[in-house]
Design a protein around this ligand. Structure first.
Ligand code: HEC
Length: 430
């Protein structure tokens, strides 16, 4: 079938045919070659018919032009929906993160979003929004393509009187057909058959349909009612269960998901003398790998005081300092700055926003920090200090030491004296 033309199944009832009698739905013209079909299609097109279609067992080249079918408008629908999806995705994210209508004076309605600050980035940051924008664009464009294609093809189509004709069955085998719908404004019960007869057709057959009373068959009505009653049962049972009381335990459809034999943290349990369900570790035991028997390495302390030296298992090499630099740039630089001067991106943004109560990150080049023993720095990273949060849970001990080695390198690079430069290179300095 070449069916992109708007020919439709049901035409209006022709005058003179009452209920119960056959109604003319259209005319089917049969041809025995694709060439004849094309010539006929051109003539029907030129005669000004609009609700008609051609049917062939295989795609016939040139039939679109012969029928006067214009290129489909579907791409424009897809484009329009894609653009709408793109704008919706963008606006949605801008709106959900909007701080306040005050910042957008040209927006008439009051906006109050969630205002997520992520690493001091601006509230509206395009790179972060691209995945959602992309997905919305693709979603709406794809929906537009599928729904638009169905709608423009008049699908779904439940019933076509044409399909009842025995002659029409050969449309999938070796015959070519033109079907002119009786609903066409140019259709004339006397003139149209005459015109079609001049197309050199092998046969012309009226497509008729017996219009019955329009009532559903009895069996179908009963079946429908039965299904509706059946569908009402579950909500009725649920409603009854909500209002009635019972001594019996509740009926569980998937019981093992509802009642699990376990206790939540902080729950009471009668089995134990102290009544606690969560059990503390048995006294004098440690979980595997939790034996942190070396306070120098694990706490940065020697005999209770902050260690002044690196623990012996920490090797200060170019490799470990580079590791420290890499970890420092991830964990510390956002606040303290890549050079350690306390001018990281978070600090700069807080200053720009004039955040009340903001405590600037200490410059790590400050003599105060330079004079701190390495154990003190270790403790600062592990547990935080005053307003600085702890990073012990995120950075392993060896990496903390590597960061400290790198901080010492940074300090040295900023406070270097002439004696720090190798003797043979000093002459190059001015
Ligand atoms: C979220 C921001 C932030 C990050 C990330 C951060 N710091 Fe800090 N740091 C601060 C602030 C703020 C202070 C000043 C605290 C105060 O004075 O209340 C500070 C202070 C310090 C001090 C001085 C403490 C003293 O002896 O008085 C050191 C050393 C330090 N940070 C090291 C680090 C290292 C190393 C890292 C990376 C593991 C790090 N910081 C990551 C915010 C941060």
């Amino acid at each position: 079938m070449n069916g992109a033309s708007p020919a439709n199944a049901g035409g209006p009832q022709r005058p003179g045919t009452g209920r119960g009698g056959p109604v003319l739905r259209g005319l089917l013209v049969e041809f025995d070659s694709p060439g004849a079909l094309i010539t006929a299609a051109e003539r029907v097109r030129d005669a000004g018919y609009t609700r008609w279609d051609t049917h062939s067992p295989f795609p016939v080249h040139g039939i679109d032009a012969a029928m006067g079918i214009r290129p489909t408008r579907l791409p424009w629908i897809v484009l329009a929906l894609g653009v709408i999806g793109c704008i919706t995705g963008l606006a949605l994210q801008w709106w959900t993160n909007a701080a306040d209508a005050r910042h957008f004076p040209w927006v008439p309605v009051h906006l109050q979003g969630y205002t997520f600050h992520v690493s001091g980035k601006p509230l509206f940051s395009l790179p972060a929004n691209i995945p959602v924008i992309f997905e919305m664009t693709v979603l709406l464009a794809a929906l537009g393509a599928v729904v638009g294609m169905l709608a423009m093809n008049n699908l779904p189509l439940h019933h076509r009187p044409l399909l009842a004709l025995t002659r029409f069955k050969r449309a999938t085998c070796d015959r070519f057909f033109v079907y002119v719908d009786a609903a066409d404004p140019r259709f004339d019960p006397a003139g149209t058959p005459e015109f079609l007869a001049t197309l050199g057709a092998a046969a012309i057959e009226p497509v008729e349909e017996v219009v019955d009373s329009g009532r559903l068959p009895r069996g179908l009505t009963i079946a429908g009612l039965f299904i509706v009653c059946l569908a009402l049962l579950p909500p009725l049972l649920a409603a009854k269960a909500r209002v009635s009381k019972s001594e019996q335990p509740r009926f569980n459809i998937i019981a093992d998901m509802d009642n699990q034999e376990r206790f939540k943290a902080q729950q009471a349990h009668a089995l134990f003398a102290d009544g606690r369900a969560s059990r503390p570790p048995v006294a004098g035991t440690l979980a595997r790998g939790d034996l942190r028997g070396d306070p120098h390495f694990y706490e940065g302390r020697v005999a209770g005081e902050f260690a002044a030296t690196f623990p012996p298992q920490v090797q200060i090499t170019e490799g470990s300092i580079r590791r420290g630099q890499q970890r420092f740039n991830i964990y510390c630089a956002p606040c303290h700055g890549l050079g350690g001067a306390g001018d990281g991106i978070v600090a700069q943004r807080a200053l720009n926003l004039d955040t009340p109560g903001w405590v600037a990150p200490t410059s790590l080049l400050d003599p105060l920090v330079v004079e701190r023993p390495v154990g003190h720095l270790f403790n600062t990273i592990t547990n935080g200090i005053r307003t600085m949060p702890p990073y012990g849970d995120q950075i392993a001990e060896m990496d903390r030491w590597a960061i400290i080695a790198y901080v010492r390198t940074l300090e040295r690079s900023q406070n270097a004296r002439l004696e720090d430069v190798p003797a043979e290179l000093r002459s190059e300095l001015r």
